[in-house]
Write a protein that binds this ligand. Structure first.
Ligand code: NDP
Length: 330
């Protein structure tokens, strides 16, 4: 591959930051012991923030955004990877402080990389992306808590989004009865197609929560935080657990200790960014086994590399449904 390649680059300007798709060279690559050709990427909420400059997620300039990427190793100074290896990269500050996947080439640290598991294509890995892999971490937290399908319904908030939609698909395939919460009731058909048994309007979770409601859920995956999560907490069954990973509603959590001390519920915080490699490998292996790849295809759509800036604004406006797959031009 030539030392010239195409990529997005974010630069600091007097009034904030600029982002453009331009010709880059190997001099733009950052420090690392593995260089790879990026074949596929995807779009996360964080990428939307980076591409539009609407929140200071990018903290090093110039920087190529793109939290997620999948590709083939071109050169490696690490004995863990050799040219030709297919790898997955996400988290560890990539797309924030280290250049990421919205370019034809990237150079990163080998300790951030996971080998593409057998049975998964690069395209499927990016259809899953950070969102799907975070869903799996949430599901694993509920399983580790000992929650079984016979214990009752599992609630998933933000169900039409990236994390939520994959969580619905995964949990239903694992035999759980899933209740999906969405602000887009027009997506009821889509969510039932993923395996949701029931779909609830997010408006039911919007008001300030009372300390306790009727016990409804054996487990929950929450991407919202705020009043949404507070209402979920108040509705959890005795001994149940929630895997909380996001703040799509709010960073705040206006709840009380009542559900914790009277119903013994557990709130698990899920972090995908700094998750250690063995946990990542376990999650990717489980995704190969437990995610219905046809459903994954159904909830994914192709996004043109050249349209990323508009798509970044769209994801912030809540206009993206399911998972975007970006083929990086060769
Ligand atoms: P998406 O933007 O794809 O989905 C978020 C969904 O949340 C939306 O589609 C919407 O679903 C719902 N939502 C939006 N606004 C609100 C609101 N005000 N109240 C309740 N629900 C709302 O994002 P992702 O699925 O990729 O990520 C979800 C969250 O998880 C984000 O906050 C993200 O930052 C976080 N995250 C955290 C990770 C971690 O490591 N902890 C990793 C990945 C993501 P609907 O229309 O169906 O209601």
């Amino acid at each position: 591959m030539s030392n010239q390649f195409q990529g997005y680059q974010i630069n600091k300007t007097d009034d904030g930051q600029s982002c453009e798709l331009k010709q880059l060279s190997d001099d733009d690559l950052m420090e690392g012991d593995v260089t790879f050709q990026v074949e596929y990427s995807t779009l996360n909420y964080k990428d939307g923030l980076a591409l539009t400059g609407s929140s200071p997620v990018v903290r090093t300039f110039p920087l190529t955004p793109g939290v997620d990427s999948c590709g083939t190793v071109i050169s490696s100074e690490s004995d863990k990877f050799v040219p030709g290896d297919q790898i997955i990269l996400n988290g560890f500050g990539v797309g924030e402080v280290h250049s990421g996947g919205f370019a034809q080439k990237a150079r990163v640290k080998s300790e951030w990389l996971v080998k593409l598991p057998e049975g998964l294509s690069s395209r499927q890995a990016m259809a899953i992306g950070t969102a799907g892999y975070t869903s799996m971490l949430c599901v694993m937290a509920l399983e580790n808590h000992g929650i079984k399908p016979e214990d009752g319904d599992i609630l998933v908030t933000g169900a039409s989004g990236g994390v939520g939609s994959v969580a619905v698909a995964l949990l239903s395939k694992l035999g759980y009865r899933v209740v999906a919460v969405t602000g887009r009731m027009s997506e009821e058909g889509f969510l039932k197609g993923l395996g949701a048994a029931e779909v609830k309007d997010r408006a039911e979770f919007a008001d300030k929560a009372r300390p306790l409601y009727k016990e409804l859920w054996a487990g929950a995956v929450d991407v919202a935080g705020g009043n949404t999560l507070a209402n979920v907490i108040s509705q959890m069954k005795y001994g149940s657990a929630i895997a909380a990973c996001g703040l799509a509603d709010s960073m705040s959590l206006p709840t009380t200790v009542a559900p914790f001390i009277l119903r013994g519920i557990t709130l698990y915080g899920i972090d995908s960014v700094m998750a250690p490699i063995p946990k990542r490998e376990a999650a990717w292996a489980r995704l190969v086994k437990d995610l219905d790849m046809q459903l994954l295809e159904d909830l994914s759509f192709d996004l043109d590399f050249a349209d990323l800036q508009q798509a970044g604004a769209d994801i912030l406006a809540g206009k993206i449904r399911g998972r975007a797959i970006i083929k990086i031009p060769e």
